[in-house]
Design a protein around this ligand. Structure first.
Ligand SMILES: [Zn+2]
Ligand SMILES: [Zn+2]
Length: 130
């Protein structure tokens, strides 16, 4: 699901690696201001993630179908829908060191000039995780 790629920024010539998407066992958020990435494991989220799984009509991922079925059967809290889940995780992530907020919607940014992906050139190294 998730992917990491090496890039060169065509605006400031910085070279860096950026990730996209979460994995089966963690989510990836970015800072709204500086674009810093923060991955949060579902295990660390605790009840937030369990409530989200509970609210899903289908398993989060086929490889997790059995685990998710067990969560639905044993979690007794209120289910969260996607939007409430994103909000809760964003809050859980806490503020970025720059003062920004980590969200699912924020794009990754160049560490040099904060440009977004349209200004980057992949330089290889497509690493798929999960
Ligand atoms: Zn930041
Ligand atoms: Zn740049």
């Amino acid at each position: 699901m998730g992917m990491r790629t090496d890039y060169r920024c065509t605006t400031c010539d910085a070279r860096f690696t950026a990730g996209e998407g979460g994995g089966f066992f963690f989510d990836l958020l970015h800072c709204t201001d500086c674009g810093a990435a923060k991955s949060i494991s579902h295990q660390d989220m605790g009840d937030i993630h369990l409530a989200f799984i509970k609210g899903l009509p289908v398993p989060y991922a086929m490889v997790r179908a059995r685990m998710d079925a067990r969560i639905k059967a044993t979690f007794t809290g209120e289910p969260l829908d996607g939007e409430a889940y994103h909000e809760a995780v964003s809050k859980f992530a806490g503020p970025c060191t720059c003062g920004g907020t980590f969200t699912y919607e924020a794009p990754a940014r160049c560490p040099g000039c904060r440009s977004t992906q349209e200004s980057w050139e992949p330089t290889g190294g497509w690493v798929h995780y999960d």
